[in-house]
Design a protein around this ligand. Structure first.
Ligand code: SF4
Ligand code: SF4
Length: 300
């Protein structure tokens, strides 16, 4: 059993960031790539402010940071294009201490929050930022993917690849629609030894069904860790999961509702508000699969 304090848990997660070595382009042929290029649009009508979250909160993901440091000019162009179309204010939220990643970009109001606050729900985040008018929170990466015709080439997308089972972690430009298997082969990874690839982060992401799956819109990172199977042990009521939960839920209670098939209790204790950030599972000394169970409860 391990005991993590709240600060220690956040420190541990942050220490898993990929050391940034520049963006490398991977040449991978993709047959019928046009099938993978279309991007469904979000609805931005009748909003006063778009809050762009530019914090990479997941371990092994530096994609937003790379957008800020390497593609500032593109960002300016995207913002102008967006404002012309929607006449909406844009607030970009950076992590405290990383403000220097963004040189002044016209028409963007820059705000900063702590890493811990990047886990807040949208409404709580807007409240913290003092934004009261009609808003929508969008991850910077998704916004850029939707509004940029090109970073360097319209057929490419940025992708973080990391984890303790990756020899060449980094942020790469890969062809849209490339198969995960081809990406990993191109990087020289031993794909036969890979047990699981997690998309969009080991805290709140989901496992890929197969390495044949392709990187399409919304896929920002691939995480590949050596699988360590932890035995779950009974809950010891330490309270850590509720302490860390950014939505102020009682994860241990929600987990037990799911185990006992009690959907009334699950609803009463606001299980639907869980953002699936995965922090409760991460900090649990009994290694309980809390977030996974709560996600199952939400689907019922
Ligand atoms: S995954 Fe856990 S910590 Fe995160 S919001 Fe849900 S219950 Fe709270
Ligand atoms: S589920 Fe885990 S973190 Fe939550 S109270 Fe029980 S032992 Fe502690």
């Amino acid at each position: 059993m391990r005991f993590l304090t709240l600060n220690r848990a956040f420190k541990e997660i942050k220490s898993m960031r990929i050391p940034f070595k520049g963006v490398k382009k991977l040449d991978i042929p993709v047959e019928n790539q046009e099938k993978y290029l279309s991007v469904a649009s979000e609805n931005y009508d009748n909003l006063d402010t778009i809050i762009l979250k530019a914090i990479d909160r997941e371990p092994f993901d530096e994609t937003n940071s790379v957008l800020l440091s390497n593609y500032r000019d593109n960002l300016q162009g995207i913002v102008e294009k967006f404002i012309k179309k929607y006449d909406t204010k844009i607030s970009i939220v950076l992590e405290k201490g990383k403000e220097n990643l963004l040189a002044k970009v016209d028409k963007i109001d820059v705000k900063s929050i702590s890493y811990k606050d990047s886990f807040l729900r949208d409404e709580a985040l807007a409240f913290k930022l003092g934004i009261k008018e009609k808003f929508k929170v969008v991850e910077l990466y998704d916004f850029v993917e939707e509004f940029s015709d090109s970073l360097e080439d319209e057929n490419l997308k940025l992708l973080s690849i990391g984890g303790n089972h990756i020899k060449n972690p980094g942020v790469y430009l890969v062809p849209k629609g490339a198969a995960v298997k081809d990406i990993l082969n191109t990087l020289g990874e031993d794909i036969n030894s890979i047990e699981k690839v997690v998309v969009n982060g080991s805290l709140g992401g989901k496992a890929l069904g197969s390495l044949e799956e392709r990187v399409v819109k919304g896929i920002k990172s691939l995480t590949i860790n050596k699988e360590v199977v932890y035995e779950e042990s009974p809950c010891i009521s330490c309270g850590r999961c509720s302490y860390i939960c950014p939505v102020k839920l009682l994860p241990m209670k929600l987990e037990s509702f799911v185990i006992n098939d009690d959907s009334t209790g699950f609803k009463e204790y606001n299980g639907d508000l869980c953002t699936k950030c995965g922090l409760c599972s991460y900090i649990c000394p009994s290694r309980r699969h809390i977030a996974h169970r709560i996600a199952t409860g939400q689907r019922k």
